[in-house]
Design a protein around this ligand. Structure first.
Ligand code: TYM
Length: 325
């Protein structure tokens, strides 16, 4: 079974990225051959500072390794280092209807956020994502819920290719975390936690203990005092309960019992400590890798070598089927 996922080098990762995706990746390493990509070609579809890009790419590599992606078991590499990704994206774009791309939620949202830069790359973003997935004949894609629509499209493209040119790709399946697939923003539980919402809405994986305490203290809560999981009527506290549950491994019911009759203040204070404790090993491991950039570079080079072998094989098969060689 091949498992593949990726993150964009668009800035610091937050606990939504961690609970929705990274945590699953680590578990899935026990179940199959894993490929984890740093997708820099996706990251350049929004405005960015080229001078900062190399550090951003490096930071994501540190995050993967610190979270427990094991380079002896899994392949880690940078998307732009394997030219077959862009090449396959072009081939697949010729069988992708524009209408499918225009109805993608992320495209609509990003077009609003980046009004002055609605470029063709932003529209064809999911085709490049389908290329990432199909190039390695992926079976399982562990992501947060916001990416399910893109994976559905990758399935549609795979089906279309198979019908048109002959059976080539397995149909990739979305793999979602039970309660971490949609972590909400701290100050606006109607929205997903996202890099674009700014610092007060996110807890970054590298936030200091004091920063975490401060952000959780300021997180919005619901009107009634009760600490109860009820997504519909109490979205803010339900989100905080989910975060508590995912970082402590305690069942939500047990957490509710523990805080029965107690106020939000006490719950939030403990929640901050739960997050700090859970992130500590990550932060320590990250610092070690940060001090050893040569090692990280070697891991990425080795990863790209392994990925390239697979990518070249698939491309040869695809181009033959399409009548290009
Ligand atoms: P990106 O970089 O936006 O996000 C990385 C991962 O984090 C998940 N995520 C969340 N999960 C739960 N709650 C949240 N608030 C939250 N915010 C983000 C995302 O769902 C994602 O799994 N298009 C992808 C990158 C990509 C990719 C791929 C993924 C490119 N090629 C191939 C899988 C396979 C993206 O933008 O992720």
């Amino acid at each position: 079974m091949r498992i593949l996922s990726a993150m964009q080098s668009t800035g610091e990762l937050h606990i939504g990225n961690y609970l929705g995706a990274l945590q699953q990746w680590i578990e899935l390493q026990k179940q199959g051959e894993c490929i984890f990509i740093i997708v820099d070609l996706h990251a350049i579809t929004i405005d960015y500072d080229p001078k900062k890009m190399q550090k951003r790419i490096f930071d994501i590599a540190l995050d993967y390794l610190a979270a427990g992606v094991d380079p002896r078991k899994s392949i880690i590499f940078i998307q732009s280092h394997i030219k077959e990704h862009a090449e396959l994206a072009w081939l697949l774009s010729t069988i992708t209807p524009i209408g499918e791309l225009q109805r993608m939620t992320q495209f609509k949202e990003k077009s609003k956020q980046h009004e002055k830069n609605i470029n063709a790359g932003l529209l064809s973003y999911p085709v490049l994502m389908a290329a990432d997935i199909l190039l390695y004949k992926t079976n399982i894609v562990p992501v947060g819920e916001d990416q399910s629509q893109h994976i559905e499209l990758a399935r549609t493209i795979a089906k279309k290719f198979n019908n048109k040119f002959g059976e080539t790709f397995p149909l990739p399946k979305t793999y979602l975390s039970k309660s971490g697939a949609r972590i909400k923003a701290l100050c606006n539980p109607k929205k997903e936690m996202a890099k674009s919402l700014g610092s007060q809405n996110n807890i970054y994986l590298t936030d200091s203990p004091n920063k975490i305490r401060e952000k959780i203290k300021k997180a919005v809560t619901d009107t009634e005092k009760e600490i109860k999981h009820d997504e519909k009527n109490k979205p803010a506290i339900s989100n905080l309960l989910n975060i508590y549950h995912l970082f402590s491994n305690k069942e939500i019911k047990d957490i509710e019992k523990q805080y029965k009759g107690k106020g939000y203040g006490e719950f939030k204070k403990d929640l901050a400590e739960v997050i700090i404790k859970a992130l500590k090993p990550f932060q320590e491991k990250r610092k070690k890798y940060e001090k050893n950039p040569k090692l990280v570079e070697q891991i990425l080079i080795q990863g790209a070598k392994k990925a390239e072998k697979i990518a070249k094989q698939t491309m040869k098969q695809i181009k033959t089927k399409m009548g290009l060689i």
